[in-house]
Design a binder for this molecule. Structure first.
Ligand SMILES: Nc1ncnc2c1ncn2[C@@H]1O[C@H](COP(=O)(O)OP(=O)(O)OP(=O)(O)O)[C@@H](O)[C@H]1O
Length: 586
């Protein structure tokens, strides 16, 4: 399945953006109370604000003209009251929307993180970590900025425009039309440019994601870069993505910034129209000075929000481009679905590959029509040349991927019919490069193991002594309390493999897969590890992938994995002959 987020068809993206917007509304639905509250406050505050120019005009025509100072004072008092109420309203709105924005940020980041936990390994193979981090950090923040800062201004701007528009048309419809005509041109201008603005902002976010991926890649490989003196190479690569980001940011900026001056110009033209036509109407005796002053204020109330809307529209476009990138992840479904369990075959082997074919996305066929069985309690070894397909076979046994064709059966039942919990309880997998997270060894080895999650260090040690893991624990100075820092060098690869080994054995699985699990371990420790393997319950099946041949000497059966085929290699000597034969032929 194609999980590549940067390789989706842009047409497909555009056609679904309406649906995505609906999904965003579904997210906002949980905030409906806060949004309704803010909206209510906004309606009152805008209604009050819109009366201000009218009160000013009325004061000029009725009190200023007749030098009625008490009337002027009463009006000034009324205006002060309106301003104070609006001050309180504005503060409450900002506070409420700030919280809505933060809650949205929290919700979106959680939803993204949960989704990432659900997605299969193929997704992580096809996408760069840096780009994913950029989506979780930067793109969600664009949405937060829009909701916490821009949405209120956006909505109150529109309300102010509607109110001012009504006043402008009702006071004098001819003057009203003259004032509003430039706004219609602006609307057309915005409609024409908006798709391009969104596209350029999306391109900019994509290149920010690319830059983040580049930084992540070079920081996580800095030792190799220094060891091979490849600093210049990576500097050039970074320079390329940085330049690309600069170009896309400039291209987006050119369009983002075009609205403000054009909008200002149109509002100035509208003012000019009001002044010219208004003065003409006054001289013809059809209008008063007070009304003209009210009119000028109303046109400001109409055009000022438009100018703000230009900026807010850009923020909206950026938020939407961010939302597109976020919802691309949220919409993904894992293709490793749990299917309904069919009847299990009786007396079935533990693992059975039936006509299995497999290819990675965009790769050639890695396994071609492969069939074999693995029985309970036996030890199997997978041998073969580098890149032959051993890890791939083990990954299919653990259902890290599904076969492209054919079936993998676990205890006679399609492996796809087991829930991830059932499957991981049955199958333990020690990867070539084990994953450890920051915490103590104890936390790392009871990871995902509910049986020992609440055990004290002493209780856990007792369990480990019974299965012979205590000898391995002694390799660490502070035993179970030894601190691990993920991604840090305080621990060797061999030590990491030991911890992963202890973690897998403690889960007491029916099937234990060791993928090069002893490749970085000294011979003495390897013997200790073998002793633990021998002490495993009789029903435990072991699948060992190893290049070091002594590791597989005691296997009950050896499979030779090469060129898409898996062949029973029979005895150890026969397997060695096959390997040697292969080396001679290549
Ligand atoms: N995530 C992936 N995406 C695409 N191709 C892959 C991926 N992982 C492995 N391959 C390809 O699949 C083939 C088999 O790889 P695999 O890791 O299974 O071999 P292996 O026998 O375990 O090799 P090694 O002994 O070096 O560990 C190789 O050609 C490899 O390039």
């Amino acid at each position: 399945m194609n999980y590549n987020l940067n390789n989706t068809d842009t047409n497909e993206q555009q056609s679904t953006s309406g649906k995505r917007l609906l999904k965003l509304l579904a997210y906002i639905k949980t905030e409906h109370r806060a949004l309704l509250g803010v909206f209510g406050i906004m309606v009152i505050s805008q209604t009050l604000t819109i009366t201000v120019p009218y009160v000013v005009g009325y004061t000029i025509d009725h009190y200023v003209a007749h030098k009625d100072f008490s009337g002027i004072l009463r009006c000034a008092g009324l205006l002060l009251a309106i301003f104070l109420v609006n001050l309180i309203f504005a503060y409450s709105q900002t506070l409420m929307m700030g919280k809505v924005g933060q809650r949205m940020l929290y919700m979106l980041r959680s939803a993204l993180f949960v989704k990432l936990q659900e997605l299969p390994i193929a997704f992580f193979n096809q996408n760069k970590t840096g780009d994913l981090i950029s989506r979780i950090n930067n793109d969600t923040d664009k949405m937060n900025q829009f909701f916490s800062q821009s949405l209120v201004q956006f909505a109150s701007g529109i309300m102010s425009m509607i109110g001012a528009g009504i006043f402008l048309l009702s006071i004098n419809w001819k003057l009203g039309i003259a004032t509003l005509t430039p706004a219609i041109l602006l609307l057309l201008f915005t409609r024409i440019l908006s798709p391009l603005v969104k596209k350029r902002n999306a391109a900019n976010m994509k290149s920010t994601g690319g830059m983040s991926a580049e930084i992540q890649e070079s920081l996580s490989n800095f030792k190799v870069i220094i060891a091979f003196n490849r600093r210049d190479y990576f500097r050039k690569r970074f320079d390329q993505v940085n330049q690309q980001n600069y170009k896309t940011a400039t291209a987006a900026g050119v369009l983002n910034n075009i609205f403000n001056p054009v909008f200002s110009f149109c509002s100035q033209i509208a003012m000019l129209a009001v002044l010219a036509y208004g003065i003409y109407l006054i001289s013809a005796g059809e209008f008063t000075v007070g009304l003209l002053i009210s009119y000028l204020s109303f046109s400001t109330y109409f055009y000022n929000p438009i100018r703000q809307l230009a900026i807010l529209w850009t923020n909206f476009q950026m938020a939407m481009a961010g939302w597109d990138r976020i919802s691309q992840i949220l919409e993904l479904e894992t293709d490793l679905k749990v299917i309904p369990a069919g009847p299990a075959k009786e007396n079935a082997p533990l693992i059975s590959f039936q006509h299995v074919q497999f290819r990675y996305a965009d790769s050639k066929e890695i396994l071609k029509n492969v069939s074999f069985n693995m029985e309970q309690g036996k030890t199997y070894a997978l041998v073969g040349p580098t890149g032959g397909g051993k890890t791939t076979t083990a990954s299919l046994i653990a259902r890290l991927y599904d076969p492209t064709e054919g079936q993998v059966l676990l205890n006679g039942r399609d492996i796809r019919s087991y829930t991830p919990e059932e499957r991981t309880r049955k199958i333990g997998f020690i990867l070539q490069e084990p994953f450890l997270f920051s915490g103590t060894i104890q936390e790392n080895i009871v990871y995902g193991n509910p049986t020992y999650a609440d055990y004290s260090a002493t209780q856990l040690r007792e369990v480990m002594e019974k299965v012979g893991l205590d000898a391995l624990l002694e390799r660490f100075e502070d035993g179970l309390a030894t601190n691990i820092v993920s991604g840090n060098d305080g621990i060797s690869l061999g030590q990491k493999q030991l911890i992963a080994f202890m973690r897998a054995v403690l889960r007491n699985p029916d099937l234990l897969v060791l993928d090069e699990a002893t490749a970085n371990i000294d011979t003495v420790t390897e013997q200790q590890l073998e002793a633990v393997l021998k002490k495993l319950p009789a029903h435990t099946t072991r699948v060992i992938i190893a290049h070091r041949l002594n590791t597989i000497e005691n296997a009950d059966e050896i499979f030779f994995v090469n060129n898409g085929e898996i062949t029973r290699a029979g005895s150890f000597d026969h397997a060695m002959n096959m390997l040697l034969q292969h080396e001679r032929n290549t």
